[in-house]
Design a protein around this ligand. Structure first.
Ligand code: GLN
Length: 490
């Protein structure tokens, strides 16, 4: 085991005892990146020099008596749709291939103030549209557990980096499942906070009413530490919730006696593969032995979540992506006859197929004559879905479900069939429509592939989610398991 294979809290303990330095941790990460990233391709941009410089500065402060905070010196990878001042932020799109933001996202400033070390920017589906990272405008990422399989998406690079020891923790973004689904496929923890708990300022907008930034980590404790660092009210994001947040590590207690865990029956129908079903059922049994009360519950409008999402998210995207016109950002066609021709050529060449599909779907759903039939209807369905959850939470404290219908699928398997690809988010989308927090934790393995268990919480119920996820994690033995490709290089 090398330093890059530990969790943030383990490394913190070693730093406090002065057994290691931040530079040691950093060197271990970049050694791993050099060994493995040619195969995994988790990163779009790696910033080794800057990271090592920062690590040495922090070591200097520690040697002068500064006490390391919980995330001091921890190498963190950032999804490439989160703005980093002076550091290229591409959204894995050709249209932003050369975009260098003049400012930091709020979450980046927050991580800097915790003395986190940013390792680089991770690959993703272009503009976060996808479930496999195959829609990246640059290259696909491989799943560290099986290189011929996808890491999930859209935060596939962040998930793969954490799984392979190429980062200790990472940030992802989740609009319909993009943190939880790749976390499940790569055997890591991924948390989507309550809408408004983490500032979206500096997150490149896909569907603004659904997008949330969240942590991707090796265990639940690290997820709590990262959440502590990034959540909080931000006046630069008008949808940010003006409230105080607790110290989330206080919820890391191994006790769920009497906790009411709801099992929504609609999440256990045909689409669910037997291997995932088996693991979720085992997880439910584990929670019961730990003293939880298992309650059967229902979310009757579940079938409408996917169609509603694929009207609302593309609708918002078609509006948000109008700003990429070749004038203000990124790629501009320089062989255009006039300004309209320049817009057309820049957008036609700059965007990939899936992004174009979403812009067309969204523009159609929003256009005069169709707005009422599609977009407005989808908003009404969204309200029904939200009410389903409210009703379910009258009788339970958290819900449990699969994160994904199957374990990681093969590269190329779904890329030519958008509807099948969209189906890989059936258990995660509704959570975004309702603005709820949810976490995916590793639940076990089938045929060498990780399977995720999802817990869904009440609004601002992150604490309870962390408690149940932590208790579940303590009772499982997957921890410390590393992908075969990592074992080979050790
Ligand atoms: N896979 C879903 C989509 O393609 C969700 C993406 C996301 O959460 N960013 O829209």
């Amino acid at each position: 085991m090398e330093l890059c294979d530990y969790t943030a809290h383990e490394l913190h303990d070693m730093l406090v005892r002065r057994e290691i330095s931040c530079e040691d941790i950093c060197r271990s990460i970049f050694k791993r990146i050099k060994l493995l990233d040619k195969k995994i391709k988790a990163y779009i941009t790696v910033i080794e020099e800057e990271a090592l410089m920062r690590a040495r500065d922090i070591d200097q402060e520690i040697s002068q008596g500064a006490e390391p905070g919980p995330l001091t010196g921890i190498p963190v990878a950032i999804k490439d749709n989160i703005c980093t001042e002076g550091l290229r932020t591409t959204c894995a799109s050709k249209i932003l291939h050369n975009f260098v933001p003049p400012y930091n996202a709020t979450v980046i400033n927050k991580l800097h103030s915790q003395k986190v070390i940013i390792t680089g920017k991770t690959n993703m589906d272009e503009f976060a549209m996808g479930s496999s990272t195959e829609n990246s405008g640059f290259f696909p990422t491989s799943n560290p557990w099986a290189l011929d399989r996808v890491p999930g998406g859209s935060s596939g690079g962040s998930a793969a980096a954490v799984a392979a020891g190429e980062a200790i923790c990472a940030l992802g973004s989740d609009t319909g499942g993009s943190i939880r689904q790749p976390a499940a496929f790569c055997g890591v923890v991924g948390m989507k906070p309550t809408y408004g708990a983490v500032s979206r300022f500096g997150l490149v907008a896909f569907a603004s009413s659904l997008d949330q930034i969240g942590p991707m980590t090796r265990d639940v404790t690290d997820a709590a530490l990262m959440l502590n660092a990034i959540c909080g009210h931000d006046r630069w994001d008008s949808t940010s919730i003006p409230t105080d947040y607790p110290d989330f590590t206080t919820f890391l207690v191994d006790d769920i006696k009497g906790l009411r865990v709801g099992v929504p029956k609609e999440y256990f129908t045909e689409g669910l593969s037997p291997e995932v079903r088996e693991i979720i059922e085992k997880a439910i049994a584990t929670l019961e032995t730990l003293g939880a009360n298992i309650v059967e519950t229902t979310l009757p409008h579940t079938d409408y979540a996917l169609p509603a999402y694929y009207l609302i998210a593309p609708g918002e995207a078609s509006s948000n992506l109008a700003r990429y016109d070749g004038v203000r950002y990124g790629y501009r066609a320089d062989d255009a006859d006039d300004v309209v021709d320049m817009f057309i050529k820049s957008r036609s060449r700059g965007f990939g197929d899936e992004v174009k599909r979403r812009i067309m779907l969204g523009s159609y759903a929003l256009s005069a004559g169709y707005y009422d039939a599609y977009y407005l209807k989808a908003l009404k369905v969204r309200t029904l879905i939200k009410r389903d959850f409210e009703a379910a939470f009258e009788n339970c404290d958290v819900l449990i479900s699969p994160t994904t219908p199957t374990p990681a699928f093969r590269k190329g398997e779904k890329i030519d069939d958008p509807l099948t690809m969209y189906m890989s988010d059936i258990y995660t989308l509704a959570v975004n429509l309702a603005g709820l927090p949810a976490i995916s934790v590793p639940g076990g393995f089938r045929n060498g592939l990780p399977v995720g268990v999802q817990f869904i919480g009440k609004p601002l119920g992150e604490g309870t989610l962390l408690r149940v996820a932590y208790s579940f994690e303590q009772s499982s033995n997957y921890r410390g398991k590393r992908p075969p490709i990592v074992e080979e290089v050790l």
